[in-house]
Design a protein around this ligand. Structure first.
Ligand code: C2E
Ligand code: MG
Ligand code: MG
Ligand code: MG
Length: 289
């Protein structure tokens, strides 16, 4: 037990370990229990083409019923405890299963973008596991896309380039997540094998109120386009933010204004009720009326 906890194990025996550490231990147990009881599930949030209303893809977002905290907080704990590895394996298989189910139910091919943790990304075996999962489920490699954060990539740029090239060679699109938050150097960005960047929601959500966000967003859109990359704005919550990105050269958007994260079944309903209408009319604002 102590050995498994690695370098933090002294905390078990310290009478003074902090409330924060105790909370982390509770969450760790909840995550283990969720794995044992298979109570993790994925939600799917649409990414839309802002010109045509077409559904470009969906992003898979992890949910855990056994804890009331969100992935922003429990993923880091899963990473330090190593629980992220079995979770990540389950995630890929679940996304592949869902993709197959949607196709069987008559939906068109809608790629599912899966978030890859920095811990999974360090593992040189990841591309092989990815390939195995895809072939076991009988889906195309372009049915899944991978989101890696700027921080994960900058952790070891040479490793990142090698990993991303291998994955891209399989036909997978690579997305750079949380763009703008990770201090990546422009020189490296140009060298990375990427297909798309996702402008972080901390810049996008306040676009209609905040001048600095507008300036930074413009620069990120221009840079992405110069590098020949697709660009998506995440965290679009208002018509104003949508209008802003649409008139400043960003062609894709994701956010509560356009579609919430939904269960696989709810997404299917959403597709038949709203998604098809969006594609036919291109009227994104109809979504909220
Ligand atoms: P992310 O990958 O950048 O995901 C986007 C987050 O923004 C999601 O939060 C999503 O629900 C939220 N979001 C979407 N639209 C809006 C909006 O209009 N406004 C605002 N304020 N937020 C919006 P969520 O699901 O809580 O996930 C948070 C983070 O946790 C993710 O950020 C990602 O870093 C991590 N995460 C989530 N699922 C997974 C997973 O399956 N694997 C890994 N490794 N990380 C995950
Ligand atoms: Mg993401
Ligand atoms: Mg993001
Ligand atoms: Mg994030």
């Amino acid at each position: 037990q102590a050995k498994q906890a690695g370098s933090n194990n002294f905390q078990f025996y310290s009478p003074e370990y902090s409330a924060e550490t105790r909370l982390q231990r509770v969450i760790e147990q909840q995550l283990k229990s969720a794995l044992r009881n298979s109570t993790f599930h994925l939600c799917y949030q649409p990414v839309l083409d802002v010109e045509t209303g077409r559904i470009v893809s969906v992003e898979a977002l992890l949910r855990c019923h056994e804890t009331n905290i969100g992935p922003d907080r429990f993923i880091p704990i899963a990473e330090t405890t190593g629980i992220i590895n079995p979770i990540g394996r389950w995630l890929l298989a679940e996304a592949a299963r869902q993709h197959k189910a949607w196709l069987d139910h008559g939906l068109p091919l809608i790629p599912i973008a899966v978030n890859v943790s920095v811990v999974e990304f360090r593992d040189r075996d990841f591309p092989n596991r990815f390939e195995d999962t895809v072939s076991e489920h009988g889906i195309e490699t372009n049915a899944l896309q991978l989101e890696v954060t700027e921080t994960a990539v900058m952790d070891d740029v040479e490793h990142a380039i090698a990993m991303l090239s291998r994955l891209q060679a399989l036909g997978v699109k690579i997305l750079l997540d949380d763009f703008g938050t990770g201090h990546s150097s422009l020189a490296y960005l140009a060298r990375l094998p990427l297909n798309k960047v996702k402008i972080d929601k901390s810049f996008v959500t306040p676009l209609d109120k905040d001048k600095t966000s507008r300036v930074v967003t413009n620069a990120m859109i221009a840079l992405s386009r110069t590098l020949g990359l697709e660009v998506v704005a995440e965290g679009v919550e208002t018509e104003g933010a949508l209008e802003y990105i649409r008139t400043h050269g960003c062609t894709q958007a994701q956010g509560y204004y356009l579609g919430q994260p939904m269960s696989g079944a709810d997404f299917e309903h959403w597709y038949w009720e709203k998604g098809q209408h969006l594609q036919n009319t291109g009227d994104l604002n109809c979504n909220v009326r």
